[in-house]
Design a protein around this ligand. Structure first.
Ligand SMILES: CCCCCCCCCCCCCC(=O)SCCNC(=O)CCNC(=O)[C@H](O)C(C)(C)COP(=O)(O)OP(=O)(O)OC[C@H]1O[C@@H](n2cnc3c(N)ncnc32)[C@H](O)[C@@H]1OP(=O)(O)O
Ligand SMILES: Nc1ncnc2c1ncn2[C@@H]1O[C@H](COP(=O)(O)OP(=O)(O)OP(=O)(O)O)[C@@H](O)[C@H]1O
Ligand SMILES: O=C(O)CCC(=O)C(=O)O
Ligand SMILES: [Fe+2]
Ligand SMILES: [Mg+2]
Length: 333
């Protein structure tokens, strides 16, 4: 039997036993059997995922679920995005980003310039994405029952303006998060249309969630880099890559240490995706002083000071301020 098949058998076995354990209440032999089961570190024992989904996440750091969000919902999110683009809707805290190549050019129409919305937690229609029951059902497998939506984005990857600025450098999302424990955080990312290599799908390095948080900084790209698009300096270029080609409504759930990025959009259309980072509400904030996250801490503080004139606000405060409870009880974050 192969190692993976062997592990799968052990996990099935383990799941069977835990069911028996719950149903029949504990006996000393059943409790003892836990000592021999493999530790599932990245997923919780709450039946939210199938055994093979659990194994796949444990090994690869992501799972892809086909057709999780309906066309109807996606079309509504698209309309909500367009209302924001047209200036028909405004929400407190919403950050509207333009691609650097476009923001620095005088000749591009405003209409097509928006590359990303961040922090749409006050838009009831877009925020409905974060509360979809079929997403939360899966998210619980990573976070547990008390769930905070910590970070929201609608990414409208523009046709590349010829400078390759539509790329997103390889990174780990944890770089941006001053909270832990890491395994109780997960990202849901839903394709709002077909995404493939031509329009810049997600690219992941499977298994890298088992590594540590790497040093991130701006990549040295000639055509410029978008604000805060830090990348990993020295990831292994020989590590197997996977291009996640997805259809409208397909959703990937991935670990915040998984190294990922996205390619250039070589089409004329805007490639859209919607995402939310969730965390267990019991997670706690950490001080990033003396860690690789010091540079992002500093940059976020500079932006909050410059944009909002709030120089007493910490990196951690910006997260506590944006986070919203979506299930259970708000305990710590
Ligand atoms: C509080 C924030 C926390 C964020 C944490 C990240 C969470 C991520 C967690 C999950 C992992 C996610 C991983 C990720 O997603 S990483 C990416 C996350 N990115 C961000 O969070 C950036 C958020 N963006 C902003 O705050 C604004 O859009 C900025 C501040 C950039 C512009 O502000 P505003 O729109 O008001 O513009 P302005 O008219 O006042 O211009 C000011 C200056 O900025 C220049 N400019 C404009 N656009 C860009 C650009 N794209 N690249 C570079 N520069 C740009 C512009 O030319 C001008 O420069 P100059 O003419 O003065 O030289
Ligand atoms: N202000 C904006 N900033 C960024 N993208 C926008 C903005 N307004 C609309 N969009 C998006 O940009 C893309 C191009 O806009 P447009 O209205 O031309 O639609 P389209 O998808 O190209 O459809 P059509 O082929 O009918 O023109 C669309 O995907 C739309 O959602
Ligand atoms: O290109 C994308 O949609 C993904 C971007 C990304 O990884 C991020 O914003 O953290
Ligand atoms: Fe990311
Ligand atoms: Mg068009």
């Amino acid at each position: 039997m192969s190692r993976a098949a062997d592990r799968l058998a052990m996990i099935f076995n383990h799941l069977d036993r835990s069911t028996v354990h719950v149903a029949a209440s504990s006996t000393s032999t059943q409790v003892a059997s836990y000592d021999h089961t493999p530790a599932l570190r990245y997923t919780l024992d709450n039946d939210a995922l199938s055994p093979d989904q659990r194994l796949s996440y444990e090994e690869n750091g992501f799972i892809l679920i086909k057709n999780l969000v309906s066309e109807e919902d996606i079309d509504k999110f698209r309309s909500a995005f367009e209302r924001i683009c047209k200036g028909e809707a405004r929400f407190p805290g919403l950050v509207v980003m333009r691609d650097v190549a476009i923001a620095k050019s005088e000749f591009v129409l405003d209409q097509q310039a928006i590359s990303k919305l961040q922090d749409f937690q006050e838009d009831p229609e877009l925020f409905r994405y974060c509360c979809l029951p079929q997403i939360l059902k899966h998210v619980q497998a990573f976070t547990g029952p008390n769930i905070m939506a910590m970070h929201t984005m609608l990414i409208n990857k523009p046709p590349d303006a010829g400078k390759k600025t539509s790329r997103h450098p390889m990174h780990q999302d944890l770089h941006y998060f001053p909270f832990r424990p890491v395994d109780r955080i997960v990202c849901a990312w839903t394709a709002m249309e077909r995404v493939d290599r031509r329009n810049g799908c997600l690219v992941v390095l499977p298994g890298t969630h088992r590594g540590s948080l790497k040093e991130h900084d701006y990549p040295e790209w000639e055509g410029g880099v978008n604000k805060m698009y830090h990348g990993i300096r020295d990831y292994n270029p020989d590590h197997p890559r996977m291009h996640l080609e997805m259809e409208k409504g397909d959703t990937v759930l991935f670990h915040p240490l998984l190294i990922h990025g996205s390619g250039m959009n070589q089409t004329q259309g805007f490639r859209k995706a919607i995402s939310c980072h969730y965390a267990n509400a019991d997670c706690y904030y950490i001080d990033v002083k003396g860690t690789t996250q010091e540079n992002i801490d500093k940059e976020v503080k500079e932006i909050t000071t410059k944009k909002y004139g709030m120089d007493a606000v910490t990196f951690q405060d910006t997260w506590a301020f944006r986070g919203r409870l979506v299930q259970g009880e708000r305990t710590s974050l």
